[in-house]
Design a binder for this molecule. Structure first.
Ligand code: SAM
Length: 218
């Protein structure tokens, strides 16, 4: 699937990263395998390349970040992806999370607010064989023309749960979203049991860049 150059060094570092994720509690073997199959260093520019397999977030330009691998794994576990699921990702950023979802067999729709990152990732992902549908715009409003979705993942910190996103979920669908203030957010999993019943589960705190847009911070 991946057309850029991989190496034994990077494969070894990926195995170490997977050990770290296991030690931190990630148990889903398909997700760990996806981390093995998606070379994170492809998503880094040369100045930061040696850091690609550290379990940390790193800058990707435009004041944005590629999320920490543990965060990507944690959110992906909460989503319980089944092959063929129609998934909306809000905050394409580098495209790494989208690559993991694609590797798990999801039909990924991903929306990015920042035009520069949108253009860059739209050109880059096909080069490494990741096929998703890209959109530029305000993902805090979801993607009404493509709804409903089986799963929605928000990869930026929101002040509240946007009601629009719950409306764009199928019955039985799952929304994973970090909600809090600008510095710290609690990870939430919302399962749409019926049109009127939402099951809300709360997890640890994380620290994301802010979700922008109408239902975000501005
Ligand atoms: N998922 C990304 C990855 O794998 O690299 C990391 C995302 S980064 C932590 C958050 C991204 O959300 C940034 O690229 C930012 O521009 C984007 N973003 C912020 N508000 C947004 C919005 N309303 N709609 C779409 N994207 C948004």
């Amino acid at each position: 699937m991946f057309k850029l150059e991989d190496s034994y060094l990077h494969k070894g570092k990926r195995r170490e990263l997977i050990r770290t994720l296991r030690n931190k509690g990630i148990r889903n073997e398909a997700i760990l395998e996806a981390f093995n199959n998606v070379p994170r260093h492809f998503f880094f520019d040369s100045a930061l390349l040696s850091h690609a397999y550290e379990d940390k977030a790193f800058p990707i330009g435009e004041g944005q970040t590629i999320s920490q691998p543990y965060t990507v794994a944690f959110q992906t576990e909460l989503l319980s992806i089944n092959p063929g699921d129609k998934v909306l990702e809000i905050g394409t950023g580098s495209g790494y999370q989208a690559g993991i979802l694609y590797c798990l067999g999801a039909n990924v729709h991903s929306i990015e607010y920042n035009k520069v990152l949108y253009e860059r990732t739209k050109k880059f992902l096909p080069k490494i064989g990741v096929k998703i549908k890209h959109y530029h715009g305000d993902g805090s409003l979801g993607l009404p023309n493509q709804a409903p979705f089986d799963k929605i993942i928000v990869t930026a910190g929101a002040p509240v749960v946007p009601k629009t996103l719950l409306l764009q979920l199928k019955i039985g669908g799952i929304l994973v979203i970090p909600v809090g203030d600008r510095k710290k957010q609690q990870m939430l999993k919302l399962t749409k049991q019926t049109n009127k019943q939402i099951l809300k589960e709360s997890f640890d705190n994380f620290s994301f860049v802010p979700l922008r847009g109408d239902e975000g911070w501005e």
